[in-house]
Design a binder for this molecule. Structure first.
Ligand code: UT7
Length: 421
């Protein structure tokens, strides 16, 4: 599936105008992991490039709180109040619940009272899929401001006794604001693909409707990530190359035009091999997986934010974001960067936004309290407080106010007779 530059109706372009990240404090080094599973810093570094990862150890730090923090940072750089957001797309492989969507919880946390919200499940390709959705919403005139978030707490679904997977993943979130503009550029083209025959290659088997949670599924570790690493590796190198070629082609660009590739940060060897096949030199590829490991949907927006912080992106640069993941899925986007990356926020703007977030928190608390009160006033059989009071203390029941069925029928007949006359 694709949406190309040439398909933009009404001259509406989709630009990334805000970016941000949220990273948990706790760092877990390879040496620390070597104390809990049979591995070594040397093995992890040479096979993956990862040196450490960040883990959300505080139970109050969740996929939604990390996502909300990254979203606020993105809204800050975009200088956009959350009330102006039309849609929140949260790409995640570790949602807080099967439902409601983590995006809805983020909507509440940031007070985006005018936004729709949904989760996008395309594993590590999810963030780039989200960019494709944002571009479509903007091009069709359905939205002006879309928050695209990648947020994960994979540490909670990883088997910490399985060295094949636990050394790879990390927690974190990244977000962008995609905004409608009449200025040509922005997200030029996208590619979103899938090969479901590889669904079992990278999977969290239990907890869904096919294998609901039972004592057995828990005891046999079916609620943890299972992966055939070699199969993913082979698939990844092929699709990263193909997807990059496709988006460049659709955007009318050549490999030589690319200023920076921001690939999914899974494995240094996968990135190096696919970029070599494309003929792209190392200096045109952004990598930060050594610090964070594979943060799935969050890896590309975190990398984008850091690339900007390190002055690797300037207006008119041609950027490719490309990823792959469970599904098996892949996705790419070619972007012409459209906005300055240096941002200055005044004290007044920061205070205004802080006040708006505090107000949103108070509003949410009030709504929760009133909902709790409302349901405490209605009993399990659906009787309202007035009905229960009447039952307990006597007095006229509400149904006594209504005319009996025959009287009601007579009244209706009388009225229809009057109308005919
Ligand atoms: O977002 C998508 C998420 N998934 C990925 O990106 C995964 C893609 N695949 C990979 O990155 C690589 O396949 C891995 C890093 C997972 C593995 O690297 P590899 O070079 O493909 O190693 P391998 O699977 O061929 O395993 C080589 C050996 C095996 O031992 P034997 O069977 O040869 O005796 C593994 O058991 O390395 C062993 N091994 C480890 N040894 C030390 C696997 N994991 C570890 C470990 N420490 N953590």
């Amino acid at each position: 599936m694709s949406l190309d530059a040439g398909m933009m109706p009404f001259g509406r372009y989709a630009h990334i105008v805000g970016w941000g990240k949220a990273i948990p404090d706790r760092v877990v080094t390879n040496d620390e992991l070597a104390q809990i599973v049979d591995t070594s810093d040397e093995w992890i570094r040479t096979r993956t490039g990862i040196r450490q990862r960040h883990i959300a150890v505080d139970p109050n730090e969740t996929t939604a709180t990390l996502g909300a923090k990254a979203a606020r940072a993105a809204l800050d750089t975009a200088n956009l109040p959350s009330s102006k957001v039309d849609m929140i797309i949260c790409a995640t492989s570790s949602p807080e619940h099967t439902f409601p969507a983590t995006a809805c919880i983020i909507q509440d946390l940031i007070g985006a009272t005018n936004a729709g919200a949904f989760d996008l499940s395309a594993a590590c390709s999810g963030f780039v899929y989200g960019l494709g959705m944002a571009k479509g919403l903007i091009a069709s005139g359905q939205a002006d401001n879309v928050l695209v978030i990648g947020a994960e707490t994979l540490s909670r679904i990883v088997d910490w006794s399985d060295r094949n997977t636990c050394v790879l993943f990390g927690d974190g979130a990244g977000a962008v604001v995609v905004q409608a503009s009449a200025v040509p550029g922005g997200i030029l083209s996208t590619e979103m693909g899938c090969d479901g025959s590889g669904a079992d290659v990278l999977i969290l088997p239990a907890g869904g409707s096919k294998m609901p949670a039972t004592l057995e599924t828990v005891a046999s570790g079916q609620h943890f990530v299972k992966m055939n690493g070699r199969a993913v590796f082979r698939f990844a190198t092929r699709v990263m190359t193909d997807a990059t070629r496709k988006v460049l082609d659709r955007a009318g660009l050549r490999v030589e035009d690319v200023d920076l590739v921001i690939p999914h940060q899974a494995n240094e060897r996968i990135i190096a091999s696919s970029m070599r096949q494309l003929g792209l030199s190392e200096d045109k590829v952004f990598m930060n997986l050594q610090h964070y490991g594979n943060t799935s949907t969050a890896s590309i927006p975190i990398a984008l934010t850091e690339a900007i912080e390190q002055d690797r992106i300037k207006p008119h640069d041609k950027i490719v974001m490309v990823g792959f993941g469970a599904g098996l899925t892949w996705a790419g986007a070619a972007i012409e960067w459209g906005v300055p990356t240096e941002r200055e926020t005044s004290f007044w703007q920061t205070s205004q936004r802080t006040a708006a977030y505090n107000l949103a928190r108070a509003r949410s608390q009030l709504l929760r309290i009133s909902r709790r009160l409302e349901s405490s006033l209605v009993s399990e059989d659906g009787a309202s407080l007035a009905e229960r009071m009447s039952k307990r203390f006597g007095g006229r029941k509400p149904e006594e106010d209504a005319p009996p069925a025959e009287a009601e029928q007579e009244l209706l007949e009388e009225r229809s007779g009057e109308e005919e006359a």
